[in-house]
Design a protein around this ligand. Structure first.
Ligand SMILES: Cc1ncc(COP(=O)(O)OP(=O)(O)O)c(N)n1
Ligand SMILES: Cc1nc(C(=O)O)sc1CCOP(=O)(O)O
Ligand SMILES: [Mg+2]
Length: 237
């Protein structure tokens, strides 16, 4: 899935699944099955996140999720943190689309050089100075969180809230994805804040019925008009 300027991938609007290996394991689900179910329900971006596995296992997991997503429907697959894992999965034939980089991961420019011009690259930024520091010539979107404190990432200890999310969206010339403690009821506020996407782990991975949870998020997003005007709203569906 491409379509951004100059052949760059562009971030699909709407719900964004971060398929977290630890959360999936806790509820006895395979990340690849879960990702495929979410894509069949209309989710168009999937990120593979596994903080407590070795690099070889992470490559295997990334290949499995990517292959399952490719069969399920049109969606982008990103890897959390690891450009080397994205490249290794690609070398095995998996169509990994890009990476999501944290503030202490590889610099976005280096990731772009390694992954190429067509890759989708997201970076985490919540504070206005971090948002402004992101280079829009290199990066495709910003992930802002935690909007709420969340047990999925307890080390993220300062909540941005919806005010912080809105400020990030107004500051950024890039699309912003909201993350952290979010679920179905938050779709209106996330859209009002001007975000292009709503990223969730628990709301899909730990739901009683993940396919239904994903479908409800997608439908709620489509029913809700987007909010505000500002630099990052260009192209928001
Ligand atoms: C869409 C999205 N936004 C933010 C994050 C957080 O990424 P990072 O800062 O790398 O933290 P970890 O997820 O690695 O703990 C994300 N993963 N996705
Ligand atoms: C992976 C991640 N990053 C965050 C950030 O704030 O950067 S919060 C988070 C976890 C999101 O999980 P849940 O939807 O279960 O709250
Ligand atoms: Mg990360």
């Amino acid at each position: 899935m491409t379509g951004g300027a100059g052949g760059r991938a562009s971030l699909p609007p709407g719900p964004y699944l971060v398929v977290d290996a630890a959360v999936c394991a806790a509820v006895g689900r395979r990340p690849a099955d879960l990702a495929a179910a979410a894509v069949r329900s209309g989710v168009r971006t999937v990120q593979v996140r596994a903080k407590h596995v070795g690099v070889r296992e992470l490559v295997d997991l990334t290949v499995a999720v990517t292959d399952a997503v490719r069969l399920a429907g049109p969606a982008l697959v990103l890897v959390d943190d690891r450009v080397d894992v994205a490249l290794a999965a690609r070398a095995r034939g998996a169509g990994v689309d890009g990476v999501h980089l944290g503030q202490s991961d590889l610099e976005a420019g280096d990731a772009r050089a390694l992954l190429g011009p067509g890759a989708l690259i997201g970076v985490s930024a919540a504070r206005p100075q971090d948002v402004r520091a992101v280079d829009p010539a290199v990066v495709d979107y910003i992930g802002t969180g935690p909007v709420r404190l969340t047990r999925t990432k307890p080390e993220a200890a300062v909540a941005a809230g919806f005010d912080g999310l809105g400020e990030a969206a107004r500051t950024s010339v890039l699309p912003v994805v909201a993350i952290g403690g979010l679920g179905l009821d938050d779709v209106p506020a996330v859209r009002r804040a001007g975000a292009r996407g709503l990223a969730v782990v628990s709301a899909i991975c730990a739901a009683a019925d993940p396919a239904r949870a994903a479908r409800m998020l997608v439908e709620a997003w489509q029913q809700q008009p987007s909010g505000m005007s500002g630099p990052s709203r260009a192209g928001v569906a």
